[in-house]
Design a protein around this ligand. Structure first.
Ligand code: ZN
Length: 149
């Protein structure tokens, strides 16, 4: 198990140092802000959504390594997914963080490395921040879409 944990630590540090999806989109379909006052983590998340699919994800923010790595992993895991699939993956990740489901690497990608965070309740909010922002962004888009229709 020690070896596995080391591998996961490396993956978390790699995402923290080289955040996937860091930056801004020219004209995002939807943008949201979320923060975790317990730790001081902040995120600004932007999505492009085309024909019911998340085509691009960009984010800026600051905070602890768990929150920032998780945001990067979320970006990789959700890009290219339909809104329904993206929400399903977010929900799966939430259940994994609450210890209610075993992590599924096919759905989570590198975020499987965060599974161990479930053992540290104080860090769970850090890990969930980016994912809850993605859920918020998609639901905001869905609400506004319905209002237009
Ligand atoms: Zn944090």
């Amino acid at each position: 198990m020690g070896g596995l944990d080391d591998l996961y630590q490396d993956l978390i540090l790699d995402h923290y140092r080289r955040k996937r999806g860091e930056g801004s989109l020219d004209n995002p379909t939807v943008a949201v802000d979320q923060n975790n006052p317990l730790c001081g983590d902040e995120i600004h998340l932007e999505l492009n959504i085309v024909d019911g699919t998340v085509t691009e994800i960009a984010h800026t923010g600051e905070g602890c390594s768990i929150s920032q790595a998780s945001m990067s992993m979320m970006s990789e895991a959700l890009v290219g997914k339909s809104l329904e699939d993206a929400l399903e993956v977010v929900e799966h990740f939430r259940m994994v963080m609450h210890g209610s489901e075993q992590g599924d690497e096919d759905r989570l990608g590198d975020a499987i490395a965060l599974e161990g965070v479930a053992k540290y309740p104080v860090r769970v909010k850090c890990a969930l921040l980016g994912w809850m922002a993605a859920k918020d962004a998609i639901q905001t888009y869905q609400r506004e879409g319905e209002e237009v229709a």
